[in-house]
Design a protein around this ligand. Structure first.
Ligand code: PGA
Length: 246
């Protein structure tokens, strides 16, 4: 059985004070229903690790360098993330792909860095509205997964979580219907058969895009949806823990 994971992507929203308040609020309301992870901006990672110590809630970064170390001004390496106690990082979020031009090759290189340092990679895929209107969502997602499927070893998949996030549902209040989401999650899992039946069965595939406490239960009830990558709603402790309970 795949254990559900609810991951909170704070994006570029935090302060020392709000990080403390949000995490304390989350800890106060959280049960042990599922795996939980939060992804604060870089400056608040160490604080989050400290606040969440012993709670079972994981901390991850929203991005990572594709390089190991050295003269890469402004970059943060996977080794540094591991050093401050992070367990995961998001790679290939649609905002990074569209706003910062991140390619599938770069996403693969970043994923490799995370794996090399013992971290879990939460790799995002998903189509734009135009691509969906053109009926190309499966082709787009398959292309985004192709390098991972080709280049990673079977054992690497123990530390990969996929997140399907239709770009048209991110921050728009518009959610894919549970049926739409399930259909593409099943397609993603079928793609993983190329790596192996075991990998296809075990890999967690999260849904992301306007997940809220009110729609989470229906989404998470789908057989191939293994939790959520939550943006806006992860900034509210009650809403976020409501999603975890769902
Ligand atoms: P949203 O963002 O929940 O605010 O739609 C999801 C994401 O971008 O990870």
């Amino acid at each position: 059985m795949r254990r559900l994971l609810v991951a909170g992507n704070w994006k570029m929203n935090a302060s020392v004070t709000s990080t403390e308040q949000l995490l304390t609020g989350v800890l106060g309301q959280l049960g042990s229903e599922c795996d939980v992870a939060v992804f604060p901006p870089f400056p608040y990672l160490a604080q989050a690790v400290q606040t969440l110590a012993g709670s079972g809630v994981s901390v991850g970064a929203q991005n990572v360098a594709a390089e190991e170390a050295g003269a890469f001004t402004g970059e943060v390496s996977a080794a540094m993330l591991a050093d401050v106690g992070c367990q995961m990082a998001i790679v290939g979020h649609s905002e990074r792909r569209t706003l910062y031009g991140e390619s599938d090759e770069l996403v693969l290189a970043k994923t490799r860095q995370l794996l090399a340092h013992g971290l879990v990679a939460v790799v995002c895929v998903g189509e734009t509205l135009d691509e969906r209107k053109a009926g190309r969502e499966e082709a787009v997602v398959a292309a985004q997964m192709a390098l991972l499927i080709r280049d990673l070893a079977v054992a690497d998949w123990d530390r990969i979580v996929l997140a399907y996030e239709p770009v048209w549902a991110i921050g728009t209040g518009e959610t894919a219907t549970p049926e739409q989401a399930q259909a593409i999650h099943a397609f993603i899992r079928a793609q993983l058969q190329q790596v192996g039946a075991d990998v296809a069965e075990k890999t967690r595939i999260l849904y992301g895009g306007s997940v809220k406490a009110a729609n989470a239960a229906e989404l998470f009830a789908q057989p191939d949806i293994d939790g959520g990558l939550v943006g806006g709603a992860s900034l509210d402790a009650t809403e976020f823990t409501g999603i975890c309970r769902a």
